[in-house]
Ligand binder design. Structure first.
Ligand SMILES: Cc1ncc(C[n+]2csc(CCOP(=O)(O)OP(=O)(O)O)c2C)c(N)n1
Ligand SMILES: [Mg+2]
Length: 738
């Protein structure tokens, strides 16, 4: 009886009120539309502002809005982690970023929370929301996201490691983690062509990591269509063989279907079942960016077809059709968005700009200065047990390789946040062989990490795939989360696949996020020649390429004691460090020392006078130090010329005061290095001496370095190419006679 009395309209409304759209409520759908519309209108306003020359760049999220909202609704803001790309405006809005904050980045305001005016618009970074600073190189976020997920898993297994500790970088590196957190990473269809994307899939799959890969496929990478970019034209088909993944392919202009796909994908990741791959087909109605005019390569017909799938109009029609909002309701919502946006624009245009004298802020940590006396301690060899099993042995002189190994061991003992990986660094990946004591274990091709996996476990010391970007990219993601990765590049000659990460990512995280994030990882690299038979691809130097990178500390010890002290500083400091270990020096008799104890540190940027002199200065480092000493001693014996040899030890920063003091004293100077001459490290030092110490000089500044070739295999060629003690002797003699 009751039903006959019910008004049919009211019954429908009642039914629909309870209707669920793949789990989305009507209120959530209205909210989804509000965010999507806001996202589009921020793009429109930015485009206008760019045309008015009030901002300087624009790239839109137009056509991608439904994906961001679905991601934002299924993931947890400030709980999960986000490595988005520039089309993720609606995601950032859904997670809690405001149009005003976005506009601050567009105008380059001082208070821009993303970068303080340092990055282009749509380069998101919101520390409070766990949205990690992103860059412009397409795809470089992928391996970092993998490292981020690994860090979350590590902290869940080692909760003690997450605790703050004083006296090192941990004091300034808060860790938050959740056992079931998910890491989101997104990229465009074109970016799936990058090698780092495949390296990321490989590791996420192999380690069953909770990474949600989101491909926003708008069928174009600027002007290059997807069928040219991707074999067969569909990335989903290509990745289908990766184990442990959950795969979704969805119309990313449909918010409800996309939400459903995200719900399933996120559940898979959160349950710890492995990564997910969500391939969303979207549109790109506004050209690639405001610097691009797609009419040059897309006909009107194709563009019209795309417009018919616009997620904004589609969602609006859906809300009306489903009776969730009527036209009046839509108008009201849109007007509210417009009014709020206008206020945000007005406010952003008035926002103070960053002061030009702040540009050098946050290149390095503002909290912990590794050049400071806090990093200066005395050796304490007698107290040491860690380098060997008994104190007597520890007091014996040890090689550089031994002391690096001992330092790594003691630091791992002291700091549970340290993890080590790279090619062959583990003792044995097939742990059972170690456990059954069937084998001794490898521990690095130079054995520098020997015994560390056996002692600290396979989740702290492990082998990476043979992929250098993978090593540095993951380390960057881990360090961003608060771990201290100390990774190894097996040979300097093979560092180049990691160059994007080393030049554009690791050292920039702090500066580009205006101190919002930091990534103090240590990258150990075996470098250098004088090997006899090393040849081109096992003997190169090339350090000046890295000293040219702001934000990266570059260290190059010449002896065992310095290696131990500087490595400890590298590990405990809050900046990323490239730690160059000369292969020829690993096991030389020169420069052996007893282990200096578990707290021995040398501050960065402090040179050492390895031989005092009054007549001529040789500024050098690395394997040239023993050669320069040999030449200097011969010159003194034969010609009574007293040469001062200065070992820089640290190349960035370098010890200008020590150089200046030596040159003022001797008035003659040679800068010597193993790397080739032209555009080498010595050029900078020589230029600075010529500039600032001209009045102290009695002779031209000379350089001794390798020939401008590569290093050859046959020893007679290698000898001719690399600077020898004889070359140094001749140069010193000539200059002393000038
Ligand atoms: C490593 C790198 N190469 C080239 C560029 C220049 N670039 C910027 S975006 C882009 C196209 C990206 O296309 P896609 O991945 O499909 O993303 P979409 O912009 O279409 O969303 C290119 C070539 C870059 N930023 N980084
Ligand atoms: Mg694209």
């Amino acid at each position: 009886m009751a039903t006959t009395k019910t008004d049919p309209k009211a019954a429908l409304a009642e039914r629909e009120a309870g209707k669920s759209y793949e789990g989305l409520t009507r209120q959530q759908l209205i909210e989804a539309y509000r965010i999507m519309y806001t996202s589009r209108r921020v793009d429109d306003r930015e485009i206008l502002l760019k045309r008015q020359q009030k901002i300087f760049f624009q790239i839109s999220g137009a056509g991608h809005e439904a994906v961001g909202v679905a991601a934002g609704f299924t993931l947890k803001s400030g709980y999960d982690w986000f490595y988005p790309y520039y089309r993720d405006r609606s995601l950032c809005l859904a997670l809690g970023a405001t149009p005003y904050e976005m506009l601050l980045e567009a105008v380059g305001a001082a208070d821009d929370p993303n970068s303080g005016g340092r990055q282009m618009p749509s380069h998101w970074s919101y520390p409070k929301l766990n949205i990690v600073t992103q860059s412009s190189p397409t795809g470089s976020q992928v391996l970092q996201a993998v490292g981020c997920a690994e860090a979350g898993r590590y902290f869940a297994a080692h909760p003690e490691a997450a605790k703050q500790a004083s006296a090192d970088y941990r004091q300034f590196k808060d860790v938050i983690f959740h056992g079931d957190e998910v890491t989101y990473v997104s990229l465009g269809d074109g970016t799936t062509s990058e090698g780092e994307f495949w390296e990321g899939l490989n590791t996420a799959s192999n380690r069953k990591l909770p990474v949600l890969f989101v491909i926003q496929d708008n069928e174009y990478a600027i002007s290059v269509p997807v069928e040219v970019q991707t074999a067969g034209g569909n990335i989903s088909r290509l990745v289908a063989g990766f184990p442990n993944f959950h795969f979704e392919e969805v119309d990313g202009t449909d918010p409800v279907a996309t939400y459903a796909a995200f719900t399933r994908a996120v559940a898979h990741c959160r349950a710890g079942s492995g990564p997910a791959f969500l391939h969303a087909h979207v549109i790109r109605p506004y050209s690639h960016s405001l610097s691009d005019d797609e009419r040059l390569y897309r006909p009107e017909s194709e563009r019209r077809e795309e417009v018919a799938r616009d997620p904004i109009t589609r969602t609006q029609m859906f809300l009306i059709r489903e009776g969730i909002l009527d036209e009046k309701g839509i108008n009201q919502l849109e007007k509210q968005v417009e009014d709020d946006l206008q206020a945000a624009v007005d406010q952003a245009l008035e926002a103070p700009l960053p002061a030009p004298d702040t540009v050098e802020r946050y290149v390095y940590s503002p909290d912990l200065d590794p050049t400071s006396p806090a990093f200066s301690t005395q050796p304490a060899p007698a107290t040491v047990q860690a380098a060997a099993n008994d104190g007597k042995k520890a007091a014996q002189p040890k090689t550089m390789a031994d002391l690096i190994n001992a330092t790594l061991r003691d630091e791992m003992q002291r700091d549970e946040r340290i993890v080590m990986f790279g090619e062959d660094v583990a003792d044995c990946s097939r742990e059972q062989y170690l456990e059954q004591k069937l084998i001794k274990g490898k521990g690095g091709v130079f054995k520098l990490t020997s015994g560390l996996q056996a002692e600290f476990g396979s989740d702290r010391v492990f082998n990476s795939p043979l992929a250098e970007a993978n090593i540095v990219g993951r380390a960057t993601g881990m360090a961003t989360r608060g771990l201290k990765p100390v990774v190894e590049i097996q040979f300097f000659d093979y560092i180049w696949p990691a160059m994007m990460q080393l030049r554009d990512e690791l050292p920039l995280i702090r500066w580009r996020s205006n101190n919002g994030f930091s990534a103090p990882a240590v990258v150990r690299v075996a470098i250098g020649g004088y090997l006899t038979g090393g040849a081109i691809y096992h003997s190169q130097c090339g350090e000046s390429i890295f000293t040219h990178i702001p934000g990266l500390r570059v260290v190059f010890p010449s002896n065992a004691l310095d290696a131990a002290g500087l490595l400890r500083t590298a590990i405990r400091c809050a900046d990323p460090v490239l730690f160059l270990e000369h292969k020829r020096l690993y096991r030389e008799t020169f420069g052996r020392a007893p282990y200096p104890g578990p707290d021995y540190m040398i501050p960065f940027g402090k040179a050492k006078v390895v031989q005092p002199g009054t007549d001529l200065s040789v500024i050098t480092y690395g394997a040239v130090v023993p050669r320069a000493l040999q030449a200097a001693q011969k010159l003194e014996r034969e010609h009574s010329v007293k040469v001062e040899v200065l070992d820089l030890r640290c190349l960035s920063p370098f010890d200008w005061e020590a150089i200046a003091a030596s040159v003022r004293k001797t008035s003659r100077v040679i800068v010597a290095h193993e790397d080739s001459l032209s555009w080498g490290y010595g050029a900078e030092i020589a230029a600075r001496i010529a500039d600032e110490l001209f009045e102290y000089l009695d002779a031209p500044v000379r350089r001794v370095a390798a020939k401008d070739t590569f290093v050859a295999y046959q020893p007679v060629l290698e000898d001719a190419i690399l600077p020898q003690a004889d070359d140094l002797f001749q140069a010193m003699k000539n200059l002393s006679e000038f």
